[in-house]
Structure formats: C-alpha cells, structure tokens
Write a protein that binds this ligand. Structure first.
Ligand code: DCP
Ligand code: CA
Ligand code: CA
Length: 627
C-alpha cells in the first residue's frame, strides 16, 4: 500500500527524463539508413512477425502500436522496417540498450542527484543547480535563453498550454515570480541544456517533465513527446490533477484505483479533493488515506535516490503454446541459459561497480492437468545467491523443483511451463576497505603474513576503512597474495575471461568457509549459512556444506506478492527479507510479458498519459523527411 513520505519544506526542482522510442533510436544510431523511416524493434520470436517492443514515432503516425505483431504492423504500414532485437543464448540480449542508457545517464547525472529509474529513464534532483543558477545567472540576466528552453510547454501558462516562445520567455524571466517558480524556471533551462547535450553526444532525443516533486515530473514527461519538455508550476497542479484519471496515477492502476472509482465515484485524482483526510483514512487506513489526501493536492515527498545502477538484475523467456516446457530436463536446459546470463551480469556488476547481489529469485508461469487445484500460480521462490554460474544454475533448479512441488501440491500431475525468469536482487555495495578484507582472507589461504594486511581486518561494518586505497589493494595486495581460483565445474569461458581480468574478489564469495564469519557478515542477511564451496581442496568442508544444501529446500522460501517475507527462519541464523520494493521496474521491463504482468500486479506501476504532440527544436529529428 502506498505511504506518504514527509515532503521537504523547501521547494525542490525535480525532473523526469524519458528517452523517446528508445530501442528504435538505438537501432537508428546503429544503422542511420533507418533514420526518418518508420521503424519498430521486434522481439526474438518469428511467430506472426514477432511482437513489437518499441515503435518509432514515424511508424506511430501510421497507427502502428506496441501491442501489434510484425505482420499486423506491416499491414498498417507496409514500409515499416522491423529490426529484430539482438539475440544471445536463444533470447533477447538487451546489453546494447542497457549501455546506450548508461551513456545518457552519464550526461544527465552531471547536474545533480540522479536516479536511474528504468532502462531509459531517470529522475534528477536539480534543486542545488537551480539555486546556484538563480544566484549567479538567473534567466533574466542571461544574454539569450537557450532555444530548447523556449520550446518548453509550461502548464497553465495563460489560458492555453503553449502560448509560444515569447510567453515562455516572459514566464522564465518574470521578475515578480515567487521563489519556487523562479527555481523552476532555472530548472527548465538546465534540463533543456542537458537534453541538447544528450542529443549532441549520443544522438538520442528524450523528453522531460520538470516540477517540484517526482510524481508531478513523471506525470509531465510523456505529455509532449517526442523530444520536448513540460513544466509544471505549482499553480497548474489543481487543473492537471482535475483531469487526470485515477488509473493513470502511480499506484492507483490496481485495486485501490478500482475501489476509488467503484466505491467513491472518484474518476480523476482531483475528485479526491472532496474527501477529508479523516474520511480517506477511515476508508483506507491511516497511511493510504494520508497518501491519497496528499496526491489529490499534488504533494509528494519521495526523494530522488542517488542511484545510477539497477537495483536488481533479471532475465527470462516465454514458451508460448506448443513451446511450453514439459520436462524437468528441458526446464533445466533453459534455466541454465538464463542463469548463465544472470551470472555474467552480476559478475560484471561486481567487477565494474563493486556490488554484490544477495538474493536469487525464480519466477515461472505454469499450467497443470488438475485445473480444480487451488494453487493456480507457480509460486516465486528465493534463496541466498551464491556467485558462480554453476552454483546459480544449481540453486535455480532447486528453486524450480521446490516451486513445482508446491504448485502440484505434491501430486503426480502433468504440467507445462510457459515462462521462466531468474533475478538477482538485494544488491549492496562492497564497503570501502573490503579489498583489505579480501586480502586478509586470501592471505590466510596462501599463508601470506596476515600482518601485511591487518589494517582493516573484518568485523563490524564500521571497521571498513583501510589505509590501502581500493586501487592499491587491487593491484598490490592481490599480486602479493593471489591464490589460484578454484574453477567452477562448468565455467563459462566469457565469465572466466572477465574474472581473470579483474581482481578475484568474487571467487571468495563461493569458496571459503572463512568468508562466512567475515565478509558475508558484512553484507548482512545471513547468506553465509547457505553458501557452498565447490573447492576440491576442501573436502571436509564440502561435505559439511553439502549437508547444509541438502536441507536447502527448507531454506528456499516462497516469495509471494505483497509480502515482505521473513525468510529462512529455521535454517539461517539471521533472517533476510525479500522485499517487493527491491524490484527494479527496469528489470521488470526485461522479463517475459506474462511475468511482467504478475509482478506489476504487486508493485502497481504507473501508466502514462498519451498526449503526444509534434514540432520543436529537437523534435524535428522525427520529421519523416529527415534522412
Ligand atoms: N520495452 C520492452 N517491453 C515493454 C516495454 C518497453 O522491451 N513491454 C523496452 C522497449 C522500449 C524501452 O523499453 O524502447 C523503453 O520503454 P518505454 O515505455 O519508455 O517506451 P519507448 O521509449 O519505446 O517509447 P516512448 O517514446 O513512448 O517512451
Ligand atoms: Ca521511453
Ligand atoms: Ca520509459
């Protein structure tokens, strides 16, 4: 249920930036012949021409929609170019799009706190940048206002929305504006400049919403697409919300929105103004009631998180109709593929960003012979994540078997899997100084002198300081103390290459009993008791660990929606939580549609207002004539 966060008393300037027809733009940059031509990106599945996942604006003009398949798109737009999403391991490979998104984030994050909200969108907190601009070079003092800023759509400006550049100029420079509007004007210019930079440096266009909070910025960014920006002054909020259908509001897309419509006759967010806070709290509880009262007034205290990296990683594949997987061995084969990709991604996250994922989750969609059975859904399952492709594969298979057993209610029934996905979540930074801890562990194994590395022995998190810098530790201590990595049973060559090129810190996560009392404690959550070693040199320990894993089905816990599950009560000394809030919307986008629908049911994401308009400075990139 939604909770109202306390809002800051000081006015803030928040932007939401979303790339236009993102995958299409990435493909158009790869192949400039596609520029200005109706284009769509299709899924890896040739059935009826493949499902469309991104549609360019030229194709939208012909009525092509994302819900169509390639064949249908060809019917409504015979000239459409259908580009197949890149493929690896028999499924879509989104790395190209992910890294294109990172290029944009690198630019947008230069002006303030930046939260990567999905593969193609970010929130920015530009309050400080706007305050500095207001002090040093307010809009009225500028020699010229950037053209892109003058193209902004300022909601509520005079009677119409976009009264032309002169009106926007006046609004940006008005001397008698209140402080929050002045800050917003600065934010408008900053965002326009950022968008121009994004276009110059990446060749991608984006659209933006600029407002005093995240909720309003997110509502505004799709209002004028592609390649335009929309500003929401505080005075325009009542009109905006008065016409906003409740179901379009974040967290009102599901049951709560339906109840507001059916039980209270509330059709727009503004209709909520009729109800007192007390009444809403009586009806929906204290938190939700307060949240509803606030959103009716456009109040939202959510902070922009300082997060450029995803909260989780996930990959999945569907097996529609006759392709359904009906044997454990076929599930295993596909699960191995998915786990291989997941493993590569978490390894590279570890190498590049020094972050580790703690929870492995398996989602599936399934059918079974006994339709009368009460448990219709295949339960999602989670367990502590162990690094190493073969371990992830093994654990995912355990999770699958556990889920299947629950799903079938231990009956011997026929079944089929129509969708499979694995995810890695609860990702945490390795604290500063951890390299020293790794060095310590490594030394213990190699009989190096521990005193060399005793400056940051493991222990409590606040011991995580080191006199050795991260770089020094990587280059120096590993050279000194490096031990051969105990190889995986079936290590992926790519993983191996990336592992060998980096510090071998990750190897420690799946091999050493010493880890349990030390480094994993750092990362909370008691994962350690479910860690297993495959080290051939540690037979005793392996046996001991095998015993533990044989009871790991007891550790495997269902992750049903809407619950923060307190898991592994019996098996783990410390409990750990699988939290719905840890699911990253960008990762959900990457999962098979069937699974997306289920997860979206848990997290109630927002839907966008579809009010695309055309024609502006950056927008001319979409004019059909351009080649
Ligand atoms: N995507 C996907 N499957 C979905 C939704 C989106 O694979 N069900 C991918 C393709 C999109 C990208 O994510 O290009 C971003 O999604 P958006 O919803 O932001 O849509 P677009 O960027 O394509 O278009 P718009 O200009 O409307 O934002
Ligand atoms: Ca987009
Ligand atoms: Ca988006």
């Amino acid at each position: 249920m939604p909770v109202a966060r306390p809002e800051s008393q000081e006015p803030r300037v928040i932007a939401h930036v979303d790339m236009d027809c993102f995958y299409v733009q990435v493909e158009q940059r790869r192949n400039p012949d596609l520029r200005g031509v109706p284009t769509a990106v299709v899924q890896y599945n040739s059935w009826k021409g493949g499902g469309l996942i991104a549609v360019g604006y030229e194709a939208r003009n012909f009525g092509v929609k994302r819900s169509m398949r390639g064949d249908e798109a060809k019917r409504v737009c015979p000239d459409i170019q259908l580009v197949q999403v890149p493929v690896a391991r028999g499924k879509a490979d989104l790395n190209l799009y992910r890294s294109a998104g990172s290029e944009v984030v690198a630019i947008l994050s230069t002006k303030g706190k930046c939260e990567r909200a999905s593969i193609d969108e970010v929130y920015l907190d530009l309050t400080d940048a706007a305050k500095s601009m207001l002090l040093e070079s307010p809009p009225a003092m500028l020699d010229s206002i950037p053209e892109e800023a003058l193209k902004s759509h300022v909601l509520g400006l005079s009677s119409g929305e976009n009264k032309g550049e002169d009106d926007v100029r006046k609004w940006l420079c008005q001397p008698d504006a209140d402080y929050q509007d002045k800050l917003l004007a600065c934010g408008t210019i900053i965002v326009a400049e950022l968008r121009v930079r994004v276009l110059q440096e990446t060749k991608f266009t984006c659209s933006a919403g600029i407002a005093h909070n995240k909720m309003l910025a997110k509502l505004a960014s799709p209002m004028h697409k592609p390649a335009q920006q929309t500003v929401v002054p505080a005075t325009s909020v009542p009109d905006l919300l008065a016409s906003l259908p409740v179901k379009k509001m974040k967290q009102l897309g599901g049951k709560l929105g339906t109840s507001l419509q059916d039980d209270l006759g509330v059709n727009t967010v503004g209709d909520l103004l009729k109800f007192s806070e007390q009444k809403l709290q009586d009806l929906y509880g204290i938190n939700t009631g307060m949240w509803l009262w606030k959103i009716a007034r456009g109040i939202n205290g959510d902070e922009v998180e300082d997060r450029l990296l995803p909260k989780s990683h996930g990959c999945g594949k569907t097996f529609p109709g006759p392709m359904a997987l009906k044997t454990t061995s076929s599930v295993k084969q596909w699960l191995n593929q998915l786990c291989e990709e997941l493993s590569e991604r978490i390894q590279s996250d570890l190498d590049q960003n020094k972050r580790i994922a703690q929870t492995l989750t398996l989602h599936a969609r399934a059918f079974k012979e006994d339709e009368l059975d009460l448990l219709k859904k295949f339960p999602s399952k989670s367990c502590p994540l162990r690094y190493g492709t073969s371990k992830i594969q093994e654990d995912a298979m355990h999770l699958f078997e556990s889920g299947l057993s629950d799903f079938l209610n231990s009956k011997n029934l026929g079944w089929g899997i129509t969708s499979l996905a694995v995810g890695a979540s609860k990702i945490v930074d390795i604290p500063n100084g951890t390299t020293s801890i790794l060095k310590y562990l490594t030394e213990k194994r190699t009989s190096c002198n521990p005193s060399d590395c005793s400056d940051a022995l493991p222990g409590e998190p606040d011991h995580g300081t080191s006199s050795i810098s991260q770089k020094d530790a990587d280059t120096k201590s590993y050279k000194e103390c490096k031990v051969p990595f105990e190889s995986e049973v079936e290590e992926n060559p790519k993983t191996k290459a990336s592992r060998e090129s980096a510090s071998d810190s990750k190897g420690l996560f799946d091999r050493d009993a010493n880890v349990k009392g030390t480094i994993l404690r750092y990362f909370s959550g008691g994962c350690s008791s479910n860690q297993r070693s495959t080290s051939e040199v540690e037979t005793n320990q392996l046996e001991e660990e095998e015993e533990k894993i044989s009871s790991s089905t007891a550790n495997i816990t269902s992750s049903h929606p809407n619950l923060n599950l307190n898991q592994n009560k019996n098996a783990l000394s410390e409990n750990w939580i699988y939290n719905i809030e840890e699911i990253d919307p960008s990762v959900v986008d990457e999962l098979p549609l069937e699974i997306q629908r289920e997860i979206r049911g848990w997290i109630h994401p927002s839907k966008r207002i579809n009010t695309a308009k055309r024609g502006s400075t950056i927008a001319h990139y979409f004019s059909p004539a351009r080649k």
